[in-house]
Design a protein around this ligand. Sequence first.
Ligand SMILES: Nc1ncnc2c1ncn2[C@@H]1O[C@H](COP(=O)(O)OP(=O)(O)O)[C@@H](O)[C@H]1O
Ligand SMILES: [Mg+2]
Length: 322
Amino acid sequence: MNAAVQVDDLTKRFGGTPALRGVNLAVAPGEILGLLGPNGAGKTTLVRILSTLDTADSGTARVYGYDLVRDAHQVRALIGLTGQFAAVDKDLSGLDNLEIIGRLLGLSRRDAKVRAAALLERFDLVEAGRKVAGGYSGGMRRRLDLAASLVGRPTVLYLDEPTTGLDPHSRAALWDTVRQMAYDGTTVLLTTQYMDEAEALADRLVLLDGGRITAEGTTAELCARVRGRTMRIRPVDPADLPTVAATLVAAGLTGGTVVADAGQYQVPVNSDEQVTAVVWAIAACGVALAGIDTGTPSLDEAFLRLTQSEASLVAAGSEVSR
Ligand SMILES: Nc1ncnc2c1ncn2[C@@H]1O[C@H](COP(=O)(O)OP(=O)(O)O)[C@@H](O)[C@H]1O
Ligand SMILES: [Mg+2]
């Protein structure tokens, strides 16, 4: 089956900074793909390229078989983009904004009016639609931005961190809208920094870090991997950290990292047996401990863990990202 969005080996640099380092990605028709990654991962760069707003240095990308560069016109007819920064004119009313976009897309005056009214209704902006967009709250502006990206009835919708900075109520409302759109058959590529958002919305997740895809899977698979626990082991003397690391690896407890700042070693554990095994191994190696505890991983640890677990599947000795 043809992918809605197909990305092959895309690279992009800004001067000396590599933003994308060989990204491969496929989004199935009707799917919500979550592109999860920290600040600077390359999410916006990828979305801008897929929207024909920027071009890649190498590699290819297609939307429903149309090449991003050669068939840019057809691609633009299929996509909608909601960015972190609204493409909305602050001096115009919400209604005028949507009507103008409709006119620019080639709708008749009458059709543009009807479409604008329908979208304002859908996004609960009927009242606000008569007022200038500059006075809107953050949540209202996001909704108008989203409405603007839907005027052209896109088949594929890119949402670039749509809820960053939104209050919880607006966030939940936007989630509902995205779910509804996917239910209606729109293909969605959603970028986010939030694990919970990805989990709530996406069918499948791709983790982007340092311009590279470092993990992918269904949301359930990745979240299950992330949800394991982390054990934190603090020796009295930080000089013992390498001994702790070596002891655990020798005991088959892999995937750990030294966190030098905190003077601790962190290792993922997935069962009570593994927790016990860590304690036994440490006790047996004779390192004096200041503390040992078990907790759920922070988002940073989750990223790190996903990145590492995937990297460990790649042949050892290959370049480590970041
Ligand atoms: N216009 C630009 N000029 C120079 N560097 C850029 C530009 N856009 C992005 N970058 C750099 O490319 C990398 C990826 O950025 P970006 O795609 O915005 O990441 P994200 O959206 O995941 O936060 C970062 O290192 C960023 O500083
Ligand atoms: Mg971004």
